[in-house]
Design a protein around this ligand. Structure first.
Ligand SMILES: O=C[C@H](O)[C@@H](O)CC(=O)C(=O)O
Ligand SMILES: [Zn+2]
Length: 277
């Protein structure tokens, strides 16, 4: 088997408040996403979002169904978003192959068969995989960083100057909303001011983090915050009641992905800094 998976259950804010570092990491932090020659997935019980990584080296990796989806094929009742954060590669969808350079994103609709390849095993593609249940089929679409809707937010004065690239805002999806955020040099804060959105869960994949750098990811109810220390290419789950904000020892990038009741990026509840503890 080249498709491995682990499961994460939905945790409530009261249980979370009593957790120490190990328990927090066990429930919310996801490492080991990108293993050469493998597909490593995490099946979450937050809106049944699946996230993981595929790193094809010797040959193509097929996205086979895993037991928790309960269907014959992986996308029988799901949609998929793939973002490449590695070298050039291809996502094969049915009979067609889509070339994905680093930071390109591909949307794949319900019912398709998918496989991943790298152009070179020496600099393999690293495909970040996101999948949520779907109720209808939308067409496969490639969105490059240049085609994504760009939002410039924050400022140097508040150390949060950053560009948000919304991959899915110009295409139709059932429930997945995905984008990438790149912090400017000298800026270290993402998603501060913070927000929550009961309508949608969220997951962050931090990358472009140097070996000797870390991002302190803040989570928890606004009045009861905790943090998780993130290294390069690690992911963290954000329950709907939790803030999701980070502060790095240098600038970095991350991919954010949501699933839930609506696909309205602007539908968030802002948290006043004075209410945070
Ligand atoms: O609901 C939206 C997500 O939390 C992110 O898009 C926020 C983000 O990338 C940022 O402010 O830096
Ligand atoms: Zn958010």
């Amino acid at each position: 088997m080249t498709v491995e998976y682990t499961t994460r259950f939905a945790i409530d804010p009261f249980a979370t408040g009593a957790m120490g570092t190990d328990e927090l990491r066990h429930n919310f932090h996801i490492g080991n996403l990108f293993e050469p020659g493998r597909i490593n997935l995490t099946y979450t019980h937050y809106d049944r979002m699946i996230l993981g990584g595929a790193v094809p080296t010797d040959g193509p990796l097929k996205l086979e169904a895993i037991k928790p989806v309960g269907t014959k094929s992986f996308l029988e009742r799901r949609e998929l978003v793939v973002v490449n954060i590695g070298g050039p590669g291809e996502v094969v969808v049915g009979d067609g192959a889509h070339a994905l350079d680093t930071r390109d994103m591909l949307y794949v609709g319900l019912g398709e068969e998918v496989a991943f390849t790298s152009k070179s095993a020496a600099t393999p593609a690293k495909f970040y995989i996101l999948s949520a249940p779907a109720h209808c089929k939308y067409p496969t679409r490639l969105i490059t960083l240049g085609n994504a809707k760009r939002l410039d937010l924050g400022s140097q004065e508040t150390s949060n100057e950053r560009s948000i690239f919304q991959f899915t805002s110009t295409i139709e999806t059932c429930q997945i909303v995905v984008g990438m955020t790149q912090l400017a040099k000298g800026s270290v804060w993402n998603t501060m001011p913070a927000h929550v959105h009961d309508r949608r869960m969220e997951a962050y994949l931090y990358f472009d983090v140097a070996d000797n750098a870390r991002v302190f990811h803040f989570m928890g109810e606004p009045s009861e915050t905790r943090h998780i220390v993130m290294a390069n290419e690690e992911a963290v789950l954000s329950p709907v009641w939790s803030i999701h904000s980070g502060c790095g020892t240098s600038n970095y990038a991350f991919i954010w992905a949501m699933a839930g009741d609506n696909v309205d990026y602007t539908d968030v509840d802002a948290v006043a800094i004075g209410d945070m503890r």
